[in-house]
Design a protein around this ligand. Structure first.
Ligand code: NAD
Length: 522
């Protein structure tokens, strides 16, 4: 154990420590800063009755909220942006204190992205969710309208890696669609969840439209079973499965944004300076605790040595720490540190070489793992197959792009990927061949930050999409309204049935799909 950890304080207890039950019968958790291990506060774990009370408040408030115009709802979100702008420094301090990330990452990946999401949906929801008329190819005597209606109350459950932005972004979308929200942030980062509550309260959101429930899996489980109308879940595959099972039993829709094992493919014609810098940023930002972080690299043989050398050089320049100017922050909680350590150990035992890092940072008291580069890795190592969620960049040499593609697709995950080549056409073709919800060419991660881009995974990385038009509409029930245009006493397919009618229909079918004029018309 590094020097500085107080004696008797197990690392497992250092960030989220269970305390005695209080007079209210609720469990309490004591939170500590993962970078310094200093206590930062306590929360009570809210149970099923607290969740029910919050749901009742939300049910009461939702109809009036949904009755507001898009402009009116948007004005609350615009005010929320101003609250964030006015209190940037205070919010940054809170986020940094419970995540140990650099202030730069708290500002860019938490506050900036949140302002963008709030403003984006406030401004565009009216266009995206307006009732649309869809021209009909066959039944010209009818009109079709498709409209998007609020679902009611949406339960949002979020993880600890981007505790502010991953809570505010789905909330902004659910609210603009006319829903009320129950947010359950991670028990590891509840104070960022409290900031979200403060933002909407300071923005003057009507009572009951946004509701925060704090706690751990018990609270999350209660929320899924509470009777909400949709669950938006971001977190691990393991918990995602449980959430999906409950939603299936209760027949409510859920969006699941789960883990990833994102591959990076470096072609022989890649700009190696940019690719190496991209690899280092993609693997180490937020200490690798990003669902879209680069978790495994496949580099073609001819440029492997040069690319790897550059990655090691770039990594050596990184500063890790808890104070002052630094690039790489803490691991947010001890369980993650254990996963990282065990994956690196497993890789080394199976023959991987450590080119940088490879250990817990011995100079820091808090939860820090050094930015690590591994070479000579293979797919029988956990570090190439399981999500690491830490600052580890394993680099594998491959014969050619075909082998890179085969290995990139040899995964149970499919969230994000990145491809590096000077030939953008080839890059896009390779991107299409990768089994992944999102792919970036000559950059990394950015898909979640491109607000218009529908974001989500294939395979075990999730179900459904967040963000953009598709994401916003997923907080609505789609309603089809078909209107008869002509009226009249009856319709050709109504009663009475007759042989004559039947033969007319058969003739019509032969004309419509059996002749070229009919196919053109239909
Ligand atoms: P987690 O699954 O442990 O927890 C996520 C949330 O679920 C927390 O709020 C937790 O309290 C709650 N929860 C726990 N048990 C529950 C239950 N039985 N029912 C309902 N809720 C429950 O995940 P984590 O460790 O907080 O986050 C890390 C994971 O999240 C990684 O796998 C990462 O890849 C993934 N992630 C995915 C995305 C994405 O957009 N795809 C984004 C960020 C993180």
């Amino acid at each position: 154990m590094p020097p500085g950890i107080p004696a008797g304080l197990g690392v497992e207890m250092a960030v989220v420590e269970p305390l005695q039950q209080t007079g209210t019968g609720r469990r309490r958790l004591r939170l500590s800063n993962p970078a310094t291990l200093e206590p930062i506060g306590e929360i009570e774990v809210q149970g099923a009755s607290d969740v029910q009370a919050a749901l009742e408040r939300a049910r009461k408030a939702q109809p009036a909220w949904a009755a507001l115009s898009f402009e009116e709802r948007g004005s609350y979100l615009a005010r929320a942006v101003r609250v964030i702008l006015d209190r940037q420094d205070e919010f940054t301090r809170v986020i940094v204190s419970e995540t140990g990330k650099p202030a730069m990452e708290a500002v860019t990946a938490e506050l900036l992205t949140s302002c963008d999401a709030l403003q984006f949906y406030a401004k565009r929801a009216k266009r995206i969710l307006r009732q649309r008329r869809i021209p009909l190819h066959l039944l010209k005597t009818k009109k079709l309208f498709v409209s998007y209606k609020p679902m009611g109350v949406v339960g949002i459950i979020t993880p600890w890696n981007f505790p502010f932005s991953l809570s505010i972004n789905p909330t902004a979308q659910a609210l603009m669609a006319g829903n009320a929200v129950l947010l359950k942030p991670s028990e590891v980062t509840p104070f960022s969840g409290k900031l979200v509550e403060e933002v909407f309260s300071a923005a003057g959101l009507p009572e009951g439209v946004f509701n925060l429930v704090l706690g751990d899996g018990e609270t999350g489980g209660a929320l899924v079973e509470a009777g909400v109308d949709k669950i938006s879940f971001t977190g691990s595959v393991r918990t995602g499965r449980k959430v999906a099972e409950s939603c299936g039993r209760n027949l409510i829709p859920c969006t699941l944004e789960l883990g990833g094992k994102d591959p990076m493919v470096v072609c022989g014609d890649a700009d190696l300076e940019r690719a190496a810098r991209g690899a280092v940023f993609g693997a180490f930002t937020n200490s690798g605790q990003v669902c879209t972080s680069t978790e495994r690299v496949y580099v073609v043989d001819e440029v492997a040595e040069e690319f790897t050398r550059r990655c090691v050089e770039e990594t050596a320049k990184l500063r890790q720490g808890a104070a002052g100017e630094f690039d790489v922050g803490a691991i947010i909680w001890p369980q993650q540190l254990e996963i990282i350590q065990s994956q690196v150990q497993d890789a080394v035992q199976k023959g991987a070489r450590v080119l940088a890092g490879g250990q817990r940072n011995p100079r820091e008291a808090g939860l820090f793992y050094e930015p690590t580069i591994l070479s000579d890795v293979s797919h029988d190592m956990a570090v190439m197959r399981d999500e690491t969620f830490g600052p580890v960049l394993p680099i594998m040499r491959v014969a050619d792009e075909e082998e890179a593609l085969r290995l990139a697709n040899d995964s149970s995950y499919g969230l994000n990927a990145n491809v590096w080549t000077r030939n953008k056409h080839k890059g896009t073709e390779l991107a299409r061949a990768i089994e992944s919800g999102c792919v970036v060419v000559n950059d990394c991660m950015i898909t979640y930050g491109v607000t218009e881009s529908p974001f989500g995974g294939v395979k075990s990385s999730g179900i459904g999409r967040v963000n953009g038009e598709m994401g916003l509409r997923s907080y609505c029930h789609t309603q089809s309204i078909v209107v008869d245009r002509l009226g009249g006493r009856s319709e050709p397919l109504w009663y009475p049935y007759s042989e004559r009618k039947l033969s007319m229909i058969k003739r019509l079918m032969r004309f419509l799909w059996g002749t070229s004029l009919g196919r053109w018309l239909s």
